[in-house]
Design a protein around this ligand. Structure first.
Ligand code: PEP
Ligand code: MG
Length: 606
């Protein structure tokens, strides 16, 4: 019998395949006394488990080696090094012999001791090693359990690092790093029990083109390993054990989607311009260097948002200046003169480097994240700034600060940039002049949007981050699926903040872009155009869809309908008004008229 589960549609597309249930919840450890005569067997059991964990990691490294992002590779390599460290490889063996305890208990004690050492370290990057210890210990524990399963001493469990190719991975939660790894392993799609539409895992899934549904509570309880499922990433639905008709239906949908992609591909080399001749800039959001390939395929006009925080994840040390510099240089070169907007590292909230159940702030989204954290940790910030400045000698770069709230953060950041320019001059290191490096900021905190004029006066450009702007304006945690239903880009407060920011940019004569997920949703494109937005930045694989809307729109015909959406007080009516706005067939009208000369300056009045 088929079963249907509903969750949050996080990344469009249809996946059909067998389920791979990922049971990564912590394994409970109990102490067991080992008789003297069995101690050496227990030692052998432990050594087999370490060898199995090592084999598993080496196999993964082998699997992803050719086109694996540097951060993923170093994540795996760090774990391999830890497995070879006497603290995890030898000390537990001594404990098994000394205490005559089971391998799990020895490992737990050693883990606790190591974690205590790491927790007491001041350096936040050394502290993140605690997570690596935990990962490695968990993998040995799973291997110990698997040995028992293989030897018939325990119930089967999903322990080994799987082959995910063609499968639908179902997990409690996934980290952004898991998502990147899954793409390398060719998963068909994934579903999680928690997570919101704007979590960075969801954003990555969209950017990597993996169909995904999030927030399906207790899903794993109802699925069997290997059972066939369908994931509809747009509808936010997972169908378990579909019957033949359903499979045929979804295969047809897959073919239709492919056809649509093919049709959109024809737009690749067409300019992005409205029917009335207004050019609209469509740029790409990238998370890892490898996204440049998708950017090229989409013919994006450069990068509107490079989320550099992914460079800091899955590793124990932050990237140094040299690594930053070399990475940016490669991206600058790949872009061949198209602008590159590098956002300085935006760690914190759901992009935590020490995210694995570390001691978190009560409200991490309101804590030390974005520019606050950068200014608070100059040892982390300065190498990145120096590298960005140096890379701007080789091609145009827009330097962008995240999470601005107070204008003093802009002043402090600009002063730091000035100081670095002086340092680089003294060190005789080249950096781009002011025309090669424009400096801007993200408007993603309502306070900054309300005071956008001040930010516009101090900066060269603004970029609206609607993911956070909506989170903060509507007081909904973007990663909490329980409040996901309140996520509403059309909320009058959100629309006012967006319009206010665009207008502040217009008054100051600086460009304003929008790089939150709202920019890549075709339903909002016309409304945003009517609000005066001319620069959109989005996951590259969604860009042609957005171009198809832009190229079928005449700005003058939006004014009335967009005003009605903007002024609507009732959300149901507002949705209908938006549908009407999107249904205006400008292309047909253009064909009907001999020569339309629409106004290029339509904006919503008010
Ligand atoms: C945003 O908040 O809209 C944004 C683009 O930044 P991020 O999603 O990385 O927080
Ligand atoms: Mg943000």
């Amino acid at each position: 019998m088929s079963l249907m589960f509903n969750g949050i549609g996080a990344s469009r597309g249809i996946a059909i395949g067998p389920v791979h249930l990922l049971q990564r919840d912590r394994i409970e450890i109990v102490e067991a006394a080992i008789p003297k005569m069995r101690v050496e067997d227990e030692v052998a059991r432990f050594e087999r488990a370490v060898a199995a964990s090592r084999g598993e990691l080496q196999a993964t490294l082998e699997q992803v080696k050719d086109n694996c992002p540097e951060d993923i590779r170093s994540f795996i390599e760090t774990h391999l090094l830890m497995l070879a460290d006497p603290a995890l490889d030898e000390r537990p063996v001594e404990m098994i012999r000394e205490q005559r305890c089971n391998a799990e208990w020895a490992l737990k004690q050693q883990r606790d001791a190591l974690v205590e050492v790491f927790d007491s370290m001041d350096d936040p990057y050394l502290r993140t090693r605690r997570d690596d210890v935990d990962h490695v210990v968990q993998s040995i524990l799973r291997a110990l359990h698997q040995i028992d399963v293989d030897d018939g001493r325990a119930e089967g469990a999903d322990a080994a690092l799987p082959d995910w190719r063609g499968k639908v991975v179902v997990a409690d939660d996934l980290t952004p790093a898991d998502t990147v790894l899954m793409q390398h392993q060719g998963v068909a799609g994934f579903a999680t029990e928690s997570g919101g539409q704007l979590s960075h895992t969801a954003i990555l899934a969209r950017s990597l083109g993996i169909p995904a549904v999030l927030g399906v509570h207790s899903l794993r309880r109802y699925l069997r390993q290997g059972e066939e499922v369908v994931v509809d990433g747009k509808a936010g639905m997972l169908l378990a054990s579909p019957d033949e008709d359903a499979v045929a239906h979804y295969r047809r949908r897959q073919r239709e989607l492919k056809k649509r992609q093919k049709a959109l591909a024809r737009l690749r080399d067409a300019p992005s311009v409205t029917l009335c001749g207004e050019p609209i800039t469509l740029q790409a959001n990238i998370e890892v260097e490898e996204d440049i390939r998708a950017l090229r395929r989409s013919r994006a006009a450069g990068v509107g948002l490079y989320r550099t925080e992914f460079m800091y994840m899955n590793r124990s040390e932050p990237p140094d200046e040299d690594e930053h510099y070399k990475t940016y240089l490669r991206v600058v070169r790949a872009l061949k003169g198209a602008p590159l907007t590098i956002r300085t590292v935006d760690l914190g909230a759901d992009k935590e480097v020490d995210h694995e159940r570390g001691p978190l702030a009560h409200n991490p989204a309101l804590g030390l994240r974005g520019i606050r954290r950068c200014l608070n940790e100059p040892a982390m910030f300065i190498p990145q700034l120096r590298a960005i400045l140096r890379a701007s000698a080789k091609g145009p770069i827009n330097l962008m600060f995240p999470m601005l709230t107070n204008i003093s953060e802009v002043h402090q950041s600009l002063a730091l940039v000035e100081q670095i320019r002086g340092d680089l001059r003294r060190e005789r290191l080249k950096f781009g002049d002011e025309s090669a490096l424009r400096i801007g900021g993200m408007i993603e905190v309502p306070a900054a949007a309300i005071c956008a004029d001040e930010f516009a006066a101090a900066l060269d450009f603004l970029s609206i981050g609607t993911n956070d702007l909506i989170q903060y304006a509507l007081a909904i945690d973007r990663v909490d699926d329980q409040v996901n239903y309140l996520y509403d880009p059309l909320h009058p407060a959100v629309l006012r903040l967006i319009r206010g920011t665009i207008r502040a940019g217009q008054r100051a004569g600086i460009p304003v872009s929008l790089c939150g997920e709202m920019a890549s949703d075709p339903r909002y494109v016309r409304l945003l155009l009517a609000l005066g937005l001319r620069n959109f930045s989005m996951p590259p694989n969604l860009l042609l869809e957005i171009k198809s809307v832009v190229n079928a729109t005449r700005l003058a015909s939006l004014t009335e309908g967009a005003e009605a959406v903007f002024d609507s007080k009732d959300s149901q009516a507002q949705q209908e008004l938006l549908d009407e706005l999107n249904a205006i067939d400008d292309e047909q009208a253009a064909e009907g008229e001999a020569a339309g000369s629409g106004s290029a300056a339509a904006t919503v009045a008010g």
